[in-house]
Design a binder for this molecule. Structure first.
Ligand code: ZN
Length: 289
């Protein structure tokens, strides 16, 4: 009974060590894809402010390391681990994971291609990890001075982003759903730099003079229109796209098409550009333009 698990743990450790050799910081994961080691503060009252300063294991992604001795110690403390997680956002790669899901019934690969077409970037050749459910993780590297947040479905339905504080299940991991593997021919590629146009989409909307990003529901979308109106050259299309996505998600899409087109024209976009961007936002959020 214990033998297959021990074998899975040994395999996971071997894969984790080889990831660490490439500069990727790792933690052991259980079959459920969660960090294998539980928090030593789990019985403390209130939220634990500790990120490992106490010196014990069990701080999730904060335990991640590239040091083989520490990795062996982490796995020794979690002999039930059958996989490993790779921490995102850490030097030297500042890894960003683009998680293309298949569960939601949406074609997330097509959605990514559509984003690439609209925002004029190409998906570079890079490490691709296949998940047991038929999904794919694209590994990209980010610039050191940019913090990419985790997000779920913000880029498009079915596309999650793993950034700072997040982790990716490493290839060679065994979970209760099966094994993660690298797509043929991609295992030895370095994580490719994230295309700048994609990186912009991964970042929170640019700050305005206003204290917070507009809430779609507030004032029947007036905040979204203001958000577009306040765009500087270079962010007009991105802001319009962002606002239109939020509008469609809030059920205000059809009502806001004309006000958003007007606002976009005020910032200097042509009507045609504005309508194309809004139509793309509609498709991206699962609506008919
Ligand atoms: Zn602690």
């Amino acid at each position: 009974m214990a033998t297959p698990d021990r074998q899975a743990t040994t395999l996971a450790l071997a894969h984790a060590l080889s990831a660490a050799e490439r500069g990727l910081a790792v933690i052991p994961l259980s079959r459920t894809k969660l960090p294998a080691l539980r928090s030593p503060h789990r019985d403390d009252p209130g939220p634990a402010p500790c990120h490992g300063e106490c010196g014990r294991f069990g701080h999730g992604v904060h335990d991640a390391s590239t040091d083989p001795a520490r990795i062996r110690a982490l796995f020794a403390a979690a002999p039930w681990a059958t996989g490993y997680g790779i921490a995102c956002g850490l030097p030297p790669h500042h890894l960003i994971g683009i998680d293309l899901d298949t569960k939601s019934g949406t074609d997330s690969s097509a959605a990514l291609r559509e984003l690439a077409r609209r925002h004029l970037f190409t998906i570079p050749a890079t490490v691709v990890v296949r998940t047991p459910s038929g999904g794919r993780h694209l590994w990209l590297s980010g610039p050191p001075d940019v913090v990419v947040p985790n997000s779920a479905g913000r880029l498009a339905p079915g596309i999650d982003v793993r950034g700072a504080g997040g982790y990716l299940v490493g290839p060679g991991s065994r979970t209760e759903h099966g094994v993660y593997t690298t797509a043929p021919g991609t295992a030895h590629l370095p994580p490719a730099p994230c295309p700048p146009a994609l990186l912009r989409l991964l970042l929170p909307p640019p700050r305005t003079d206003r204290p917070a990003p507009p809430s779609p529901a507030g004032g029947h979308g007036r905040g979204l229109v203001q958000f577009v109106l306040a765009a500087h050259e270079g962010q007009r299309n991105t802001r319009l796209f962002w606002a239109a996505c939020r509008a469609y998600e809030a059920g205000l899409g059809p009502a806001l098409v004309e006000p958003l087109v007007e606002a976009a024209r005020d910032t200097g976009l042509t009507e045609r550009e504005a309508r194309a961007t809004i139509a793309s936002a509609a498709r991206m959020t699962g609506h008919r333009p």
